[in-house]
Design a binder for this molecule. Sequence first.
Ligand SMILES: Nc1nc2c(ncn2[C@@H]2O[C@H](COP(=O)(O)OP(=O)(O)O)[C@@H](O)[C@H]2O)c(=O)[nH]1
Ligand SMILES: Nc1ncnc2c1ncn2[C@@H]1O[C@H](COP(=O)(O)OP(=O)(O)O)[C@@H](O)[C@H]1O
Length: 576
Amino acid sequence: MGGTYSSEDAQGQADGQKSTEVAAKPSALVMCGPSGVGKGTLIKKLMDGSPRLFGFTCSHTTRAPRQGEEDGKHYHYTSKEDFEKGIEAGQFLEYARVHSNIYGTSYKAVEAVAEAGKCCILDIDVQGARQVRKSKLKAIFVFVAPPSTEALEQRLHGRNTETTEQIAERMAAAREEIATIKEPGLYDYVIFNDDLEDAFAQLVLVAKRALSGKTGNGSQSITGPVTLVAEEEPIKSAEASAAAAAPVAGTSTQAAGEQSERAPLLTESAQGPAPSKAVEASATNQEALVAAPAGTDISSAGTEQPSTEAPASSGQQPGMQRWRGKVALVTGASAGIGWATCELLAEAGMRVVAIARRRERLEALQQHLVSRGVPIADFLPVVCDITKEAEVVALPRIIVKRWPGAGIDVLVNNAGLGRNNAGLWDGSTASWVEMISTNVLGVCMCTREALKDMTRREQYGHVINISSMSAHRVPNGASGGSFYAATKHALRALTEGLRQEARGRKVGLRVSSISPGLVETEFAAVHSFGKDAGEKYKSMKALQAADVAQAVVYCLSAPDHVDTNDILMRPVEQQT
Ligand SMILES: Nc1nc2c(ncn2[C@@H]2O[C@H](COP(=O)(O)OP(=O)(O)O)[C@@H](O)[C@H]2O)c(=O)[nH]1
Ligand SMILES: Nc1ncnc2c1ncn2[C@@H]1O[C@H](COP(=O)(O)OP(=O)(O)O)[C@@H](O)[C@H]1O
């Protein structure tokens, strides 16, 4: 039927003989990515798990069959002449010249799968994907990306199916293919195939969308990050439900409101037609992983070099070498000091676990880090509220799942908040509870779980508490700001207490406290304490969040004989 084919035709045919398994007309799943990235491996895993739901569209190719490949199963092996005749006759939905051969998807191949009511899986190159995007075929487009170009080359060698020259040709093409991630309107999802199980679980979520007939228009890659899981309707796991039902300290209306807006930390599989058991099982616990947004530039991912625009990296800081490849968990990573700290530590070669409540900020941070040349494989964003005990307790498990054998080496307790309406005259209990829950209890729970993790591995690293000058005096007492200072005074006592406990247990844990004065991002908050408080700080030049992040790097990189216990950072009064 050649050029008259449209996906609607195929869907119509599928409707008549739809099995009960296929609840909606499936869209096709277009898989792109450089040679050797693992497309075939992922597709096979998906089809082996659910052969009745997915069908592979068998392409035509002029390349010779590899050992073990079967005509009509892996490819239709065709001569160049026959292929060109087929193109002339309009038999191909798309075709392209790839690695010195011609490859193409015939309308017939798509029909064969669609007629059985299955989701068509196309493994095609970038040129083909562009053509399919313009066609009428309803599809979701996925780019499978390697964690690094080195890993890709290793996989190609490991597969043992190409000569050295062929591998060089594929590697040259790979760089151009990876650059197309940024191409507007092309891909709906980018899946990094670092850990096969993680990549597969992400593919399962996308595949479920295809099965239920959803599509993407690729425009999300420009207008905003794409999250695999947020778009699904998650079912709360028992753990997350328990956490939501039992906040650590009382209730806070604001905290409760924020909590309900975001997705839970861990989810069971998303809804949709029931796939096979194997597919279900590996789709769990992926909520913690945020897939890279399409449009992210990973062309330098894995190179360990910051981009040319990047400022002098903390990786050059003497003393940071020892932390390369170690794990730093940073709380409150969505903005300000936390964000800046993640940036510096990632650029210093650490694996960074960024904790925050707002998913979209974590995605923005991920995109930012990747654009600065941080390997995606070294970043783990986790949606987590540190006042929810079950969510905090889950963190070490999530980390070890992502990086087997690893654990928390550095904990940066940065998350903290100040609320007005907290004076002793007429303050709100909710404000007090919120501050205590986050600034004190949240810090304690994160610390306890990090210490357990260090004890498990018998490796004690460094805990850095981001405190405040308000831990040393009460700056806004008259305006009702003493409660915030009280939480920071408590943090000061706890920091010293942690040091004493570590000494008592004879473990080599380092504990630092950094007490910044006014940080620029807090200006608004200070003004909310009243006119007097605002006036007082008018003449001051506020610290930058990056200044405080530099102090974190300083604590980590200082030699053992240098005391980094308490760093006070007062802003200097501006000369008028
Ligand atoms: N455009 C297009 N590309 C295809 C088709 N079939 C395979 N390819 C792509 O051709 C490239 C080489 O495929 P292949 O020789 O099987 O090698 P491999 O991907 O390294 O296993 C890959 O990027 C495939 O995605 C097709 O029908 N159309
Ligand atoms: N996540 C992964 N980690 C390590 N090796 C992988 C991973 N995914 C796939 N591989 C291996 O990489 C090689 C290339 O995978 P393949 O599926 O043939 O790639 P493609 O179809 O994209 O060319 C295979 O030997 C496969 O076993």
